[in-house]
Write a protein that binds this ligand. Structure first.
Ligand SMILES: Cc1cc2nc3c(=O)[nH]c(=O)nc-3n(C[C@H](O)[C@H](O)[C@H](O)COP(=O)(O)OP(=O)(O)OC[C@H]3O[C@@H](n4cnc5c(N)ncnc54)[C@H](O)[C@@H]3O)c2cc1C
Length: 403
């Protein structure tokens, strides 16, 4: 089996790598505190970093790479999903802003609109997404609906040319910084729970929307509670047909599980850990010679390799017009549990130093380990918990009965 890139893929890989090295500020990847799957996007805490990120993303858009696998007529380059995966991998390796994992609009909503949006809806939203002119958040979870999204209760009731929304969303990552949400709400309270929901694009500026910040384990404002009181949404913002939302949700979740991987970030973090081990002693002995350290690193290296294989596999299935439903769940479990396992191994290797935060000059690897150790658990919950992914693999992949 030949796992090499073909000539076009290899050329793109090299061109992109060169672009990222020359266009990102030299210290961008070395900003303190960053762990793969860091939902608070810690390097972008300052206004200055946001400005750098914005102008960098503009350059990516100008290159036509922001939505490279979309058809040309929709602002993409018509590249394959393997090339899209190369893009995501390199962007995450360089810790670049604007990879598809950083863009709900380009990674999830855009591909959904291309599949299920009407021509008018595509004309309205696709150019803005392709030009990185709008940002979005995901309005799925509610206080009593997380793993079981069929239980959403936020309601949308028809009123003339509008729907009127009432209810509450929670764990809404980045909602306070975004322009619109991709929201699932109940449009038929009488229907069976999986049959009465629909998708809407909801403007954050619509009167009646209020947000309350929710701080994560690191003390960062990453989540929000979002309340909707008589929010009027134009009917044309209903996407994919009334009461058809649950079928579309399955596809949207597949896209989410693929886009949030950022496998290159794991490789980069692992390389930094490896460098640390190669250049440090413990109790007078080179760390690189300690059997338990070597065994743990070997295990993480193997898991990273598995993540890469699943990434190429899902991309290749998309290129063959197959649905990588089970594969995207496997990729999600493997990559998020890898983030957690690597943080645990890093903490063991660094010992007490691993607990130091960015305020300490003695903290190794730019204090990323203390942050990663706390933060990485949440990745196994967001976008569907590991238990739910294993249920999907068991049921749809292995043909075991639903329980
Ligand atoms: C970092 C992060 C970011 C997030 N961002 C967003 C966001 O932007 N937008 C959004 O809408 N939501 C977001 N979420 C919410 C996330 O999708 C939910 O937390 C997740 O789906 C679990 O739902 P829940 O919290 O209601 O837990 P529950 O569904 O109540 O689950 C509780 C526990 O029971 C287990 N469980 C539930 N059902 C089953 C089952 N059938 N079989 C086996 N075990 C089961 C779960 O695995 C879990 O361990 C985010 C969460 C995190 C951690």
């Amino acid at each position: 089996m030949d796992f090499k890139f073909n000539a076009k893929e290899q050329a793109f890989y090299e061109e992109l790598d060169e672009f990222l090295t020359s266009e990102l500020p030299a210290d961008w990847g070395n900003k303190p505190v960053r762990w793969p799957h860091d939902y608070a996007e810690s390097p972008m805490k300052s206004e200055e970093d946001y400005e750098v990120a914005k102008s960098f993303i503009k350059k990516v858009v100008d290159k036509g790479w922001f939505t490279i696998s979309w058809p040309k007529e929709y602002g993409g380059q018509g590249y394959t999903n393997i090339e899209q995966a190369i893009y995501d991998e390199r962007m995450s390796y360089h810790r670049a802003p604007g990879g598809s994992s950083g863009s709900i609009a380009a990674g999830i909503v855009g591909p959904m609109l291309l599949r299920i949006g009407t021509l008018e809806q595509q004309k309205q939203w696709i150019p803005k997404i392709a030009n990185a002119e709008m940002t979005m958040w995901l309005g799925y979870s509610e206080p009593n609906a997380g793993s079981d999204l069929g239980a959403v209760r936020t309601s949308a009731v028809e009123d003339g040319d509008h729907y009127v929304l009432n209810g509450q969303k929670c764990w809404s990552s980045g909602a306070h910084k975004a322009d619109y949400s991709w929201m699932i709400v109940r449009t038929d309270p009488e229907a069976r729970k999986h049959q009465g929901v629909s998708f809407f694009i909801v403007d954050n500026k619509a009167p009646g929307i209020t947000m309350k910040p929710v701080y994560n384990i690191l003390g960062d404002h990453s989540f929000n509670e979002v309340f909707m009181d008589d929010v009027r949404i134009p009917k044309e913002n209903l996407i994919g047909g009334k009461n058809k939302g649950f079928y579309h949700l399955m596809k949207a979740l597949d896209f989410e599980r693929i886009t949030l991987v950022g496998i290159g970030g794991f490789k980069r973090m692992f390389e930094e850990l490896l460098d640390y081990v190669k250049s440090h002693d413990r109790n007078g002995e080179p760390m690189a010679k300690i059997p338990s350290v070597r065994a743990k690193l070997a295990e993480i290296a193997t898991k990273i390799e598995v993540g890469y294989l699943l990434l190429w596999r899902t991309a290749e299935m998309l290129d063959r017009d197959q649905d990588p439903n089970v594969e995207s769940s496997a990729l999600k479990v493997v990559s998020t549990e890898l983030a957690r396992d690597m943080a645990e191994v890093a903490m063991e290797i660094l010992g007490p130093y691993g607990q130091l935060t960015e305020e300490s000059e003695w903290s190794p690897i730019r204090a990323m380990v203390s942050r990663g150790f706390l933060e990485s658990i949440s990745a196994t919950i967001g976008a569907g918990t590991s238990e739910i992914q294993r249920n999907i693999i068991a049921q749809r992949g292995l043909g075991l009965p639903r329980v």
